[in-house]
Design a protein around this ligand. Structure first.
Ligand SMILES: [Zn+2]
Length: 142
């Protein structure tokens, strides 16, 4: 997965500003031969109301809104990002279960750990239906 530096920085800044709650967003870009190319990370509201420190939820209408707004540019939704406040920057078992419930094969997930509201570390993962698991993906900043 390749992502422009400004967009990777925007994800980290979003993770810090939302701390101690999880923040989330949508990755738009292009897929084709080779790596997924992220063009932009679009922040969306975390709709989780009960446990926003450890869960996130993206509303379907927010997804549709993003998809409509980027279609003219020839972009599509290629994945998602969310933060893990004071938790490791890797998908949790809950993340795996939710991905397994959907049609998630090949979808990129960026997980941005944010410790103490300051230090961030982001990793990228691709969900595979065949194994029902996330595989770590190179996080290439360009
Ligand atoms: Zn998570």
């Amino acid at each position: 997965m390749r992502i422009p530096r400004a967009q990777a920085d925007a994800i980290a800044a979003h993770a810090r500003s939302g701390y101690p709650h999880e923040v989330c967003g949508v990755l738009v870009g292009t897929t084709g031969e080779g790596a997924v190319q992220v063009a932009r990370a679009v922040a969306v509201a975390n709709r989780e109301t009960e446990r926003p420190a450890v869960r996130y939820q993206i509303a379907p209408e927010d997804l549709i809104g993003v998809q409509r707004s980027v279609r003219e540019e020839g972009l599509d939704i290629v994945g998602y990002y969310h933060s893990h406040p004071d938790h490791p920057a890797r998908p949790s078992e809950t993340d795996r279960r939710i991905a397994a419930e959907g049609l998630s094969d090949g979808v990129v997930h960026i997980v941005c750990g944010v410790a103490g509201g300051r230090d961030t570390v982001a990793t990228a993962w691709v969900f595979r239906d065949a194994t029902q698991a996330f595989e770590e993906e190179p996080f290439e900043i360009e």
